[in-house]
Structure formats: C-alpha cells, structure tokens
Design a binder for this molecule. Structure first.
Ligand code: MN
Length: 257
C-alpha cells in the first residue's frame, strides 16, 4: 500500500481545445502526470477549466476524454479524494462526477486547513476589480434558467454553439500571457483583499494561464497554477512545503516577483 500524504493542484487543461489531435496529446500527458502523482496523492484539486466546454444533460455527457476520466476513476477507486472546480469554460458540471468519481464539485472558493497551513482556492474568474461585463455573464450562465434553456437544445446544436463561443476566449498555445505589475495583477489585488479579513498561507488559482508564485504583503503566497497547453505546471504540498513545478519540462524556472 502506498503512503498517500501529498496534495496536488493543477488547472486549465482545456481538454477539447485547440484541435482534437492536440487535445489527445495533452490528455495523454495529463494521464502520465496522474500516473506519477497517483502513487502518493491523498487529494487532487483540479482548479477549473479542465474541459474547454462541458455540459451535462440529464442522460447525456460530451464525447471524449475517456482515458483521462478512466484514470480519475481509477484514482478515486484507489482512495484518492478528487475536487473539481467549475471554471469559466466548464461551469456546467453538475452531479455526474460526484456520482461517478465521488468527486466534490466546487462552484466558487474553497478554504481548508492541512497540517496547520491554511488554503484558499478559486478558479480565479470574476474576481478583483473591473470586468463588470464578465461578472454579469457569469451570473446569467450560472442561473438555473440559462441551464434549463440550454438543456432544451439538441446537443448537436447546443454543443456547436458552445464551441463557437468558447473559441472567443480560447487558449491558443500559451505563452501569450505576460506578468503585469502588482497593481494590474487582479488576483494579487483580490488576494490582498481576502487577507484583510482572514489569514491564509496559500491562495491558489488558475484562470490566468501563467504560472506565478508571488509573496504577498502578509508573507502569504499567491500561487497561479498556469495551464497545460504550454506550461504544464502543477503544485504539490507535502505537508510542510508548497512547490510549483513543471511536468516533463525542466529548462525554465517558474516566474516570480
Ligand atoms: Mn482557462
């Protein structure tokens, strides 16, 4: 029996984008990563945008991703606890993965303590100042009315529309995101705001598509998990330390301020 004493975090796999072929290659890489971490993982947090698009009808789920989902099922059956966050691309995850994988679906933020360290997790969309238009859209897309309406469309039509929509904000091979100043990094702003009322050691997000490890004013760390089209980054907590790492890529170090 392996010792399961580590916690792993990753986000923004965007499975389904950009092409079928690139998604399959990425899926294979993710499965290799899950094989690696599956040996000592107690918990795995997938912090949103796992799929470039996801919708669950009452009897139908999107095609594809069977190796990835099979691997998650294998890990879940081996006793690894899975947490799947809703991102802005896959906010329509309902109870399918709860049923099939015994996973916990997280809609917004999740906070917990492990070994005396406090964690704050969120996909990262709709936080911080500005972006009023997106915040409004998020409220609409997450409403039960919108979900009811979408479920009435035939999947060929609904998923077709969704894929076209998804292309607008699609991740295009990474490396397009650059570090901004602290004032412009809205998740830094949001984290500092959160830290005014509660202490956390680690504030972990996705969404930004840029791996970041930034020490905040209180000594807490803002970790951005990056994405898996270009960077292939993840974080691991071994009970004492949290580290942001590259998977199958060693020549670059993670950016920090
Ligand atoms: Mn994303």
């Amino acid at each position: 029996m392996p010792t399961r004493n580590k916690i792993y975090f990753a986000s923004d796999f965007h499975l389904g984008a950009v092409s079928y072929q690139s998604s399959r290659e990425r899926e294979a890489r993710i499965v290799r990563w899950l094989d690696l971490v599956g040996d000592d993982a107690a918990e795995i947090y997938l912090v949103g945008d796992i799929f470039d698009f996801w919708f669950e009808y009452s009897t139908v789920v999107p095609k594809g991703y069977i190796r990835f989902l099979g691997k998650l099922a294998q890990l879940a059956d081996a006793g690894v606890k899975l947490y799947l966050f809703k991102g802005n691309h896959d906010m329509w995850m309902f109870d399918y993965f709860e049923k099939e994988l015994n996973a916990t679906i997280v809609a917004n933020e999740l906070t917990f303590e492990r070994n005396g360290k406090k964690f704050y997790l969120h996909h990262g969309d709709g936080l911080g100042p500005g972006d009023v238009k997106y915040k409004f859209l998020k409220k609409f897309f997450r409403s039960s009315f919108c979900q009811w309406l979408f479920a009435r469309l035939h999947p060929s039509l609904g998923v077709g529309i969704a894929n076209r929509w998804s292309r607008h904000s699609r991740i295009e091979g990474g490396r397009t995101e650059h570090l901004r100043t602290h004032e412009q990094e809205w998740l830094v702003t949001h984290s500092e705001e959160v830290l005014k009322t509660n202490h956390y050691d680690y504030l972990i997000y996705g969404h930004r598509h840029l791996p970041l490890d930034i020490t905040l004013s209180t000594g807490s760390r803002y970790i951005n998990l990056g994405e898996w089209v270009y960077y292939k980054t993840y974080a691991v907590f071994d009970g004492e330390h949290l580290e942001l790492k590259y998977f199958e890529k060693v020549e670059e170090t993670v950016k920090s301020l």
